[in-house]
Write a protein that binds this ligand. Structure first.
Ligand SMILES: Cc1cc2nc3c(=O)[nH]c(=O)nc-3n(C[C@H](O)[C@H](O)[C@H](O)COP(=O)(O)O)c2cc1C
Length: 189
């Protein structure tokens, strides 16, 4: 299976990145392709709502001059998309939000009955980290679950790693849960 991990933490050596390392390590051990896309390395502008993507002849189209199309080129052929994101203000970090908004261009015909999505049928995962209790990720889960429906992806599979603020947090349990999550993501649906 070809899995793309959209790493949405701006911190290259933070807890989300550690969890992504466990996840990719387990996926590769199982013989899968796992590519991490570090969103912080890309110029991603927020959607300006022009709707030109909906009127374009060719999909995906967006007139904004940035690097989102480079990310789409990885997302569209993948079998599974895994978002790895810290909770920021009970929600998602700005870059991930901007990429979600812009990925509206991957769906056409949403004004009509029934729409077409370039992400249809792909597996969908969310690996969330948060400084507080797991409930702090509820809104984040809700956003990705609803967005997944919109993109016609499979139902969201998710893992929340909580209390990452604790100094010297013992991480063995988190690592085991993340490796199990990798197996779930890579299993046949
Ligand atoms: C701007 C900002 C907002 C945050 N908001 C929340 C929050 O609402 N709830 C929570 O539990 N943790 C919150 N946190 C903590 C992060 O979710 C947590 O430390 C996470 O593991 C950071 O991931 P990282 O180590 O990859 O940077 C916030 C952190 C930052 C920097």
């Amino acid at each position: 299976m070809d899995l793309v991990i959209l790493m949405a933490s701006p911190r290259p050596k933070g807890y989300t990145s550690r969890a992504v390392d466990w996840l990719t390590d387990e996926l590769i051990l199982m013989g899968h392709q796992a590519e991490v896309i570090n969103l912080a390395e890309f110029n991603i502008l927020p959607c300006n709502g022009c709707s030109q993507c909906q009127d374009a002849q060719e999909t995906p189209f967006c007139p904004l001059p940035d690097e989102v199309s480079l990310i789409w080129e990885k997302m569209i052929p993948a079998d599974a998309l895994i978002w790895a994101a810290p909770v920021y203000f009970w929600s998602l970090p700005a870059r991930a939000k901007a990429l979600l908004e812009r990925s509206a261009a991957l769906v056409t015909g949403f004004r009509d009955k029934g729409h077409h999505s370039l992400l249809a049928g792909k597996k969908l995962g969310l690996l969330a980290t948060c400084g507080g209790p797991a409930e702090n990720a509820d809104q984040l889960i809700s956003v990705f679950s609803l967005a997944g429906d919109y993109f016609q992806q499979e139902p969201l599979l998710r893992l929340v790693i909580e209390h990452t603020y604790q100094p010297d947090k013992p991480d063995f349990n988190d690592q085991v849960r993340t490796r199990y999550f990798a197996r779930l993501l890579a299993s046949k649906s």
